[in-house]
Design a protein around this ligand. Structure first.
Ligand code: SAH
Length: 447
C-alpha cells in the first residue's frame, strides 16, 4: 500500500515544466538508415585534428580495429567527440529520452524507490549513473527522491557519476549542483565532488571500479551503445575482422578493410554456431556488465539499463550522427557521435548467472507499466497554455510511439537472485509476505 501511496503522490504532483524541452532527432535506428559506409560526410570539417592523429598512427602501425577507431574518435583525451563536446540536446547532434521529457526520469526515479522498498528499505544506497550526459536524468530522479522525502528521509543517499568527458562533467555539475565543478584533491578516486540542489553528495569518477563498494542502484541510459565494438565479416576463408585503414585512392580518407587472416578477436568472440554473416561484439560492455553483476551479487542493489538494441540477431548497426543527421562513421572523426546497437543477449550471457536478469522489454511497455499515462493526464490537467499541452503530447508520442522511441529502446535489469525468489507454495507461519513483482517489467503493484 505504501508503494501505491508513494506512486500516487508522485504521479499526482502538479509540475509541468516539460514545455522547456525541445524535440529533435534521437539516435535509434531509423527504418531506412544508411549503413555505416553509405552516407556522405555532412558539412565542413573533414580534416580534423583527430583525423590527422589517426592518419599518423595508421601510417606508423597499419590498420586498427573498429573498436580502437571508435575509442579514439569518442574518448581520446584530447580530441575525442565526448571529451571535446558530446553534443547531446537541441544545439548538439542527438537527443535522448531524459532530454525529451521530465516524465522519463521521474518514472525511473519511482522504479528505484520501488526497488528500495521491495528490498526491505536498506538504511543507505548509492545511485550510480554511467555516462550521465548533461545530468538531466539524475536531476529528475533526485527531484523524485525529494518529493518522496517522507519515505526516504531516514535513508542515506549519495550519487556517483561515471563520466570520462571533462566537458560533460562540468555541465553535469551545473545541472545538478547549480555551480561549477569542484575538483577533488583529497580523494584520488573521485576527480570531482559537489552537493546536489537537494542536498545529496555527488562524486565523479572515470571508471566504475573507482566507485566505492556498497548497496547501489546502477543506471546506464544510452551508455552501452557508445562503447567500442569489434566488427566481423564471414568470408569464404572463414571469419575476418573489419579494420580501419587509409584509403590508397583518396588522400587523407579512411576506409574499411578486412584482416588478411583471423585476429585474436575473431578467435575469442565468435561462437561456433554463429549464423550471421556480419556481426558486432562489444567486449567493454561485457566487462562492465560483469562488474555490475559482481557488485550487485556482493553488496546488493539493482541495475537498470536502457538502450536501443537486439537479441544477438542484428548485423551492421554501426552509425554516426552529427547535427541530428546521419553521418558517415569514417568522415571527420571526433566531430560526430558514433554508436552501435546493444546486444542484450551478450550482456545477459556476461552476467554469468551472478544476478537474475529481467528484459529486455520495449520502452513503451516499461513506461506504461510505470504509469506514464496517469502522469501525462495529471500534467495535462495542470497545464493551462496550449504550447505546453502540445509539448506534453508531442514528447509522450516521441517516447511511446512504436515507430519513434517506443519499440526500439529497451529496458533490461540486473537484480539479486533473492529479489525474484518465488514464495514457498505453502507459506510457513513465520514466513515473510511474498515479494512484489518488479515494477516496469510488470505493472507497478498497487497492493
Ligand atoms: N545518459 C545520457 C547521455 C548518453 S551519451 C543521456 O541519456 O542523455 C553517452 C554518455 O556516456 C556521455 O556522457 C559520454 O561522455 C559517456 N561515456 C562514453 N564513453 C564512456 C566511457 N568509456 N566511460 C564513461 N563514460 C563514457
Amino acid at each position: 500500500m505504501a508503494l501505491f501511496l508513494a506512486r500516487h503522490a508522485l504521479l499526482a504532483a502538479a509540475r509541468s515544466s516539460a514545455g522547456s524541452r525541445r524535440l529533435l532527432r534521437h539516435r535509434a535506428p531509423a527504418a531506412a538508415r544508411p549503413s555505416s559506409g553509405a552516407a556522405e560526410a555532412e558539412g565542413p570539417g573533414r580534416d580534423t585534428a583527430m583525423l590527422r592523429h589517426l592518419l599518423f598512427k595508421l601510417r606508423a602501425t597499419g590498420p586498427v580495429t573498429v573498436a580502437e577507431y571508435m575509442r579514439e574518435a569518442l574518448t581520446n583525451p584530447g580530441q575525442g567527440y565526448y571529451t571535446r563536446c558530446g553534443g547531446i540536446g537541441e544545439s548538439g547532434d542527438f537527443v535522448t529520452s531524459p532530454e525529451i521529457s521530465q516524465v522519463f526520469g521521474e518514472l525511473i526515479g519511482i522504479w528505484y524507490v520501488s526497488e528500495w522498498m521491495a528490498s526491505g528499505r536498506p538504511p543507505a544506497f548509492q545511485l550510480v549513473e554511467l555516462g550521465p550526459g548533461r545530468g538531466t536524468l539524475t536531476d529528475d530522479i533526485l527531484r523524485v527522491f525529494k518529493q518522496l522525502a517522507s519515505l526516504l528521509s531516514k535513508c542515506d543517499i549519495s550519487v556517483h557519476l561515471v563520466e570520462v568527458s571533462p566537458k560533460l562533467s562540468k555541465i553535469q555539475a551545473l545541472t545538478l549542483t547549480g555551480r561549477k565543478a569542484q575538483l577533488n584533491s583529497k580523494d584520488k578516486s573521485a576527480y570531482m565532488q559537489g552537493l546536489s540542489n537537494t542536498g545529496i553528495p555527488i562524486f565523479w569518477y572515470r571508471d566504475i571500479q573507482d566507485v566505492p563498494a556498497g548497496y547501489s542502484f546502477y543506471l546506464a541510459h544510452e551508455f552501452f551503445d557508445a562503447l567500442p565494438i569489434h566488427k566481423f565479416q564471414r568470408t569464404e576463408k572463414g571469419w575476418r575482422e573489419v579494420l580501419v585503414d587509409i584509403d590508397p585512392e583518396v588522400p587523407d580518407q579512411l576506409r574499411f578493410v578486412l584482416s588478411p587472416s583471423s585476429t585474436p578477436a575473431t578467435e575469442n568472440f565468435i561462437q561456433p554456431g554463429e549464423r550471421r554473416d556480419h556481426m558486432e561484439v562489444c567486449p567493454e560492455a561485457g566487462i562492465i556488465i560483469q562488474r555490475l553483476a559482481s557488485r550487485i551479487e556482493e553488496d546488493g542493489g539493482a541495475a537498470l539499463i536502457a538502450d536501443y538494441g537486439h537479441d544477438g540477431t542484428k548485423t551492421d548497426t554501426f552509425r554516426g550522427f552529427r547535427n541530428h543527421k546521419p553521418h558517415h562513421v569514417l568522415r571527420a572523426p571526433g566531430t560526430a557521435d558514433l554508436t552501435a546497437d546493444v546486444d542484450f543477449s551478450y550482456l545477459q550471457k556476461m552476467t554469468e548467472g551472478r544476478t537474475a536478469t529481467l528484459g529486455p522489454i520495449k520502452q513503451r511497455e516499461f513506461l506504461k507499466n510505470m504509469g506514464i499515462d496517469l502522469r501525462l493526464q495529471v500534467l495535462l490537467q495542470n497545464s493551462y497554455d496550449k504550447a505546453t499541452h502540445e509539448q506534453l503530447l508531442h514528447s509522450y508520442d516521441m517516447l511511446m510511439n512504436p515507430k519513434k522511441m517506443g519499440d526500439c529502446f529497451n529496458f533490461f535489469a540486473l537484480l539479486p537472485h533473492c529479489r525474484l525468489e518465488l514464495p514457498a507454495k505453502k507459506p510457513q507461519p513465520n514466513s515473510q509476505a511474498p515479494l512484489p513483482p518488479v515494477a516496469g517489467f510488470s505493472e507497478l503493484s498497487l497492493k
